[in-house]
Design a protein around this ligand. Structure first.
Ligand code: ADP
Ligand code: MG
Length: 253
């Protein structure tokens, strides 16, 4: 696969206290593709994803060494400006967490913080991103209602729209469909596939079938180590490592 690298991870070690959650991870994440991180529970998937936007900093006792270059800037550098990194990356978490405000205000929240005040402009931003996640038709007549009135699946798409409204370059998803019913999950997956022409997408999943549907590139993590990574066809059809083969066959989980 010839493509540009967007996130370049070099010798990343992450510790929670004495426990090492990631061990010397080195990998290039391709631009405008879907990279899927797979591996059993507790193997460091969330930790890796949260390193990308420095959300791991919020954990007490966390330490890390190594480099993560995004657009040639080492985002692990203590001097880096965190708001700028986080603006570049939208995170979709396991459960939707809409802000306690209206549907409209959830999407307008980020753009307002970034200084957009004109109602007309906000209206069109809100409409654009609600359409981008396939929610517009379901909510266009009730934009003033609290976001909490929506179903969980709709809330997740709303959170997705809220993330996209700050115009990130990278979308991070941490098991973003795990709280959703099959129909809602399918819609999120479809949106990822549509949006990869515009964004670099990194998704954590422990559902192998979902990984196969989404992935262009795959990282297989096992107890903090990156066992194998490569184009999806290679990892799924012809893995080089015994551990990867066992994981694919469901022998280890
Ligand atoms: P995954 O997302 O693959 O389930 P995580 O990245 O959440 O894995 O966790 C990796 C390892 O780090 C696990 O052993 C977990 O117990 C540990 N860990 C995760 N978060 C914390 C934390 N806040 N404090 C201490 N240990 C943690
Ligand atoms: Mg996790």
């Amino acid at each position: 696969m010839t493509c540009k690298t967007h996130i370049c991870v070099r010798n990343l070690d992450v510790y929670y206290g004495k426990e090492q959650a990631l061990k010397n991870i080195t990998v290039n994440i391709p631009e405008k593709k879907i990279t899927v991180i797979i591996g059993p529970s507790g193997c460091g998937k969330t930790t890796l994803l949260k390193s990308f936007n420095r959300l791991i900093d919020l954990t007490d006792g966390v330490r890390y060494t190594g480099e993560i270059l995004v657009d040639n800037e080492n985002i692990l550098d203590p001097k880096i400006e965190l708001t700028a990194i986080r603006k570049k990356m939208g995170l979709l978490s396991q459960r939707p967490c809409p802000l306690p405000m209206s549907i409209y205000d959830n999407v307008a929240y980020g753009p307002r913080i970034h200084g957009i005040k004109k109602k007309k402009q906000l209206d069109s931003i809100v409409e654009y991103h609600l359409k981008e996640v396939g929610l517009w038709e379901e909510v266009e007549k009730r934009l003033k209602e609290p976001a909490s009135m929506l179903s969980v699946g709709q809330q997740q798409r709303l959170c997705f729209a809220r993330g996209l409204a700050v115009e990130p370059e990278i979308i991070l998803g941490d098991e973003p469909t795990s709280a959703l019913d099959p129909m809602s999950s399918k819609r999120i997956e479809e949106k990822f596939l549509e949006l990869k022409s515009k964004y670099t997408i990194v998704v954590v999943t422990h559902i192998l079938r979902q990984a196969k549907r989404l992935a262009d590139y795959v990282l297989f993590l096992y107890f903090g180590e990156l066992i194998e990574h490569g184009p999806a066809a290679q990892i799924f059809e012809n893995p080089q490592q015994e551990l990867t083969r066992e994981y694919m066959k469901g022998i280890i989980s």
